[in-house]
Design a binder for this molecule. Structure first.
Ligand code: 4AD
Ligand code: MG
Length: 433
């Protein structure tokens, strides 16, 4: 008897097969039983007749939701069945029966989100959550595939670091060995600047940590970032790369995850429209646009969620905002030689209110200027000695960006909150499970 997954049953129509999984749901109609099984690749409905298989009927009729089973049956094509196929069950082996007295906590009804998050280790079994995690896998695969195609080499950055990258207000400090302090990385950027000088075109892909006090639907304390960096690259090169990367992530997810996107009821027409070129507007133009919408942001202010939503609602694809005031950007940003009060940086704002998914730009390559910016930002020189070395030994113009994986996937899946698109979210209040 071949052991197959639910995803594969279509190619076994008319044949007897074995499935391994869990009892998802069950309904009885007179002498017929309709169990639904799930195995992580999908859900299939079974049929059992009391008359034809009395033993199987008895075993399944008393079985509790999420008990684990091995089921044998004949696959029948049936247009009315949810996945287009049904299983005529001929045998069942119960692996573990959940006792009636301690039922599976997540019933097939609406639950509050706090309850679901408390039971995240079980919540991920529901078809919607499983679909999101499959899309996440696909989107990440596509991202790495694209970087590889573009000739970028994966060089991972460390997680324990001696200094901050994105300001000191949201740094996680940890006790390192022998009474030394370390910080969890906020971004792998500084290290890919070093590997870019070693290998040319590189990227890192890993978790980043920020002690965010924000309770928005866009913030996690632990999130994943993909950060390309290239020697000799300029801001425009990085805009092009980011645009290509996002497009590839979207288009290949559309192509490879149609079932998951259908489970999520995602409006895929909106995603299909995401093609280059993305509109590019300067920070100055963005301020004007905000004023036209009656938003009071003044020149020099950073944008929050509200401003990002207004700006992105103007376009049917992501919008690139470039040349923000140097004062509101990180210490490493290269000033625009034509207007030094502006930084040669850019953000990409996703449509449909998902906010900033990319931040990046050109880095300061001049030693003296970088020293000055470290001082202005009250950052200590010692932990940045190696970073300053990059400006002493064959410094070149270089640029890169960071793409926030969860924000991008929240947009692709249409998730309400980014905590749904990472297996085990970490937020200001949540460290369990
Ligand atoms: O704009 P950010 O802070 O840029 C950097 O960290 C640069 N050093 C990256 C680089 O140039 N290599 O963060 C980049 C992206 C944001 O656009 C956002 O998508 C995501 O990371 N991000 C978060 N995602 C979830 N939760 C948070 N708290 C996030 N903070 C940033
Ligand atoms: Mg940013």
């Amino acid at each position: 008897m071949p052991v197959v997954t639910i995803e594969q049953v279509a190619s076994h129509a008319g044949k007897e097969i074995t499935l391994r999984g869990w009892l998802y749901n069950q309904r009885q109609s007179g002498k017929l039983l309709f169990p639904q099984f799930r195995d992580g690749t999908g859900v299939i409905q079974g049929v059992v007749s009391r008359k034809e298989s009395p033993q199987v009927f008895e075993t399944l009729a008393g079985l509790t939701q999420e008990s684990s089973v091995e089921v044998t049956g004949v696959v029948r094509a049936d247009e009315r069945a949810p996945g287009g196929h049904e299983l005529q069950v001929t045998g069942v082996t119960v692996i573990q029966k959940i006792p009636e007295e301690t039922p599976y906590p997540i019933q097939l009804k609406e639950h509050g989100v706090d309850f679901l998050l408390e039971n995240r280790h079980l919540w991920i079994r529901t078809p919607r959550q499983a679909a999101i995690l499959r899309v996440r896998d696909q989107a990440i695969f596509a991202a790495r595939e694209f970087m590889h195609q573009q000739g970028y080499v994966l060089t991972d950055s460390p997680i324990f670091t001696p200094s901050s990258c994105e300001g000191t207000t949201n740094l996680f400090e940890v006790d390192y060995i022998d009474e030394r302090k370390a910080y969890l990385t906020q971004s792998g950027q500084l290290y890919v600047e070093a590997t870019a000088a070693a290998l040319g075109k590189v990227y890192c892909f890993g978790p980043a940590f920020r002690a965010e006090r924000s309770k928005t639907r866009r913030h996690l304390t632990e999130f994943w970032m993909l950060e390309p960096e290239a020697a000799f690259a300029r801001i425009d090169d990085m805009m092009l790369l980011a645009e290509g990367l996002i497009t590839h992530m979207i288009q290949s997810t559309l192509e490879r995850c149609p079932r998951e996107l259908a489970t999520l009821k995602r409006d895929t027409a909106k995603l299909a429209a995401v093609r280059p070129p993305f509109p590019r507007i300067s920070y100055d133009e963005a301020i004007e646009l905000l004023h036209r919408h009656g938003n009071p942001t003044s020149w020099g202010d950073d944008f929050g969620g509200d401003e990002e939503t207004i700006l992105s609602s103007e376009y049917d694809r992501p919008v690139i905002v470039h040349r923000y005031p140097t004062a509101i950007k990180a210490f490493y940003m290269q000033p625009d030689p034509e207007r030094p009060e502006l930084a040669l940086g850019f953000d990409i704002l996703a449509p449909e209110g998902y906010g900033e998914i990319v931040g990046g730009g050109e880095r300061i390559s001049n030693y003296e200027l970088l020293m000055e910016r470290l001082r202005q930002n009250e950052l200590p020189e010692e932990p940045f000695r190696w970073y300053l070395d990059l400006r002493r030994f064959g410094s070149v113009p270089h640029a890169g960006f960071g793409l926030g994986v969860e924000r991008t996937i929240a947009w692709i899946t249409g998730a309400e909150h980014i905590r749904e698109v990472i297996p085990f979210p970490r937020t200001i209040y949540r460290l369990y499970p």
